[in-house]
Design a protein around this ligand. Structure first.
Ligand code: PMV
Length: 298
C-alpha cells in the first residue's frame, strides 16, 4: 500500500517560496494508494468518484500529473492506481503532494522499485510542479518523510527533535483556496512593493528561527506567541480571510497557546496549538465541523 501523509506548515509558508526557512509537520491523515497491473493506465480517486487516464496535454492537472508520474517508469505494464484521499483538497494540508507521494509509492511497490522515502519525495516534486508551478518542495518532502522539520528550498530537510509532543487542532474554513493563485498574489505584491514584502519575509524568518528553538526546548507557550505573530504577518500579505481570522480568535479565546492560518491561505485551514491532549479535544469542538486533532512528535 502506498502512503503519502498530509502536512501542516507551522510557520514560514510563502516566505519559503522566496528562499526563507519554514517549519512543517507531517500528520497521520493522508492518502493511501494501491496499484495493480491492468489493461490500460487509469487513476481512480475516492471519495471523489474520479477515474482518469494519463494525458500530458489534458485540462485536468491530475491527468497531466499522472502522465508525468508514469513517464518516470520507462518499461512497465499498464497500471490501474486507486487512491483514497482522507484530506480536504485545496485546504493547505498538502493534499496534491500526498496524492503524488502515495501514487508513486504504490507504483514502486507493484513494480518492485526500491527507493528511499527521500528519493520518493524528490520524485514527487514532478507531480507538485504540475499543480503549483513553482513549489518550494516542502509539501512533497513532508508528505514522504513526516516528523517535524525545518525546510529551506534547495537544502536538506533538517529534522527537529523534542520529547514533548505538539497537540495541534486543525480547523477547515470550508473556503477552497488555490496555492498557485495565492503564490501569484504574493509575487505581484513583491513586484509592486518590494520593501514591504521583503520586510514581512524577514520578520517571518526571525519567527521561524525562534520557533525552532522553542520546539527543541519544549517551550510551547513561546511557540504559541510566535504562531500568532506569523499569522499577523500573513494577514499583512492579504492571505487571510475573515473566516480564518475568526476561527483563530475563537481558538485563542478558548485557551489555545497560539493559532494561525496554514498553507497558501485565501481560505483552507488554520490550526491551533493546545497545551494538552484533553484541551485539544475541547478546542476541536470549538472549531466545529471538519476539525480534527493531530498529535505530532518531533
Ligand atoms: O496550501 P498548500 O498546502 O499548498 O501549501 C503551500 C505552501 C506555500 O508556501 C504557500 C507554497 C509552497 O510551495 O511552499
Amino acid at each position: 500500500m502506498g502512503f503519502g501523509r498530509g502536512k501542516v506548515i507551522l510557520l514560514g509558508e510563502h516566505a519559503v517560496v522566496h528562499g526563507c526557512p519554514a517549519i512543517a509537520v507531517g500528520i497521520e491523515r493522508g492518502v493511501t494508494a494501491e496499484a495493480v497491473t491492468a489493461e490500460r493506465d487509469l487513476l481512480r480517486l475516492s471519495p471523489w468518484d474520479l477515474a482518469l487516464g494519463p494525458n500530458s496535454n489534458g485540462y485536468e492537472p491530475l491527468e497531466r500529473a499522472f502522465a508525468a508520474a508514469l513517464a518516470m517508469y520507462p518499461s512497465r505494464p499498464p497500471l490501474e492506481v486507486s487512491a483514497k484521499v482522507d484530506l480536504p483538497a485545496g485546504a493547505g494540508l498538502g493534499c496534491s503532494a500526498a496524492i503524488g507521494v502515495a501514487v508513486l509509492d504504490a507504483i514502486d511497490e507493484v513494480l518492485g522499485v526500491d527507493r528511499s522515502r527521500k528519493a520518493l519525495a524528490a520524485a514527487a516534486l514532478v507531480w507538485e510542479k504540475i499543480f503549483h508551478g513553482n513549489p518550494s518542495g516542502i509539501d512533497n518532502t513532508m508528505s514522504a518523510i513526516g516528523g517535524v522539520a525545518l525546510y529551506r528550498k534547495g537544502d536538506e530537510l533538517r529534522p527537529l527533535h523534542s520529547n514533548k509532543p505538539l497537540h495541534l487542532v486543525i480547523g477547515y474554513s470550508g473556503e477552497p483556496s488555490s496555492t498557485k493563485e495565492m503564490v501569484a498574489l504574493v509575487d505581484r505584491q513583491l513586484e509592486n512593493d518590494r520593501e514591504r514584502v521583503t520586510k514581512a519575509f524577514a520578520g517571518i524568518e526571525v519567527l521561524v528561527r525562534n520557533a525552532k528553538l522553542a520546539i527543541e526546548a519544549g517551550d510551547h507557550v513561546a511557540l504559541g506567541q510566535l504562531l500568532d505573530l506569523n499569522h499577523t504577518l500573513l494577514s499583512s500579505l492579504m492571505l487571510c480571510t475573515t473566516k480564518l481570522d475568526d476561527m483563530c480568535q475563537a481558538a485563542r479565546r478558548a485557551g489555545a497557546l497560539g493559532a494561525k492560518m496554514t498553507g497558501a491561505g485565501g481560505g483552507g485551514c488554520m490550526f491551533a496549538l493546545a497545551p494538552k491532549r484533553d484541551e485539544a479535544l475541547r478546542l476541536r469542538d470549538v472549531l466545529g465541523e471538519g476539525s480534527f486533532v493531530a498529535e505530532v512528535t518531533a
